[in-house]
Design a protein around this ligand. Sequence first.
Ligand code: NDP
Length: 240
Amino acid sequence: MTDSAQGRSILITGGNRGIGLAIAKSFLANGDKVAVTYRSPSELPEGILGVQADVTDEASIDAAFSAVEEAHGPVEVLVANAGITKDTLLLRMSEDDFSSVLDTNLTGAFRVIKRASKGMIRLRKGRVVLISSVVGLYGSAGQLNYAASKAGMVGIARSLTRELGSRNITANVVAPGFINTEMTAELPEETQKQYLASIPAARFAEASEVADVVRWLASDEAAYISGAVIPVDGGLGMGH
Ligand code: NDP
């Protein structure tokens, strides 16, 4: 499916692999101009512009945005996807384990959204999608840092909606459940089995299933949806 808003300048952070790359491919297939950030050089499919950026470093974000603006024009759709985990139980979690996850996942989202909002305000349109997680609202033992960072994204999206909603800018949160990527492949087999047992859909999802929802949130059809949390979790987090 395509929508009338094709040919837009799209930027996805952490789009060189996993869910971010699936999102990039989905927008590319829609006819948009797609750029992704990466940290270490990566091979990208033809048609996707790669720009180097670390979301913990404001200067590198600014340089990446300037490169995208030069090549594709101001960013109209921003997907804040870059994220890390440093899982461990509370009593073993160091302050650095906590703050480094917050710095990448939450402050990183703040940095890129702030940079993108300038162009969106000037354009008088924009779409922001934050990739959160089911555990942001559900909670997860051993992921206090990660869950806090992902719950914080809801506050960002809702405050952004109140600040910039009248300027034709929407901000939404997508909360994936268990998606087959490198991040989840690293989880112990026992943890994977426990998750599977609690997912009503009785399967894990593919990254493309998250990408479809992100692309739709950025489409004309979703113009009146803002400040929402959209789960893509096979029912795992129902009601949270
Ligand atoms: P991956 O680990 O496969 O990819 C993470 C991406 O984030 C990579 O592109 C990585 O870049 C990038 N990244 C990490 N730190 C930084 C940084 N400081 N600056 C810039 N980029 C950075 O993860 P997934 O694809 O699985 O996850 C993508 C998002 O979806 C994350 O926010 C994650 O929390 C969320 N999510 C994932 C779920 C899952 O089941 N997989 C479930 C729920 C949410 P690099 O290649 O350079 O390391």
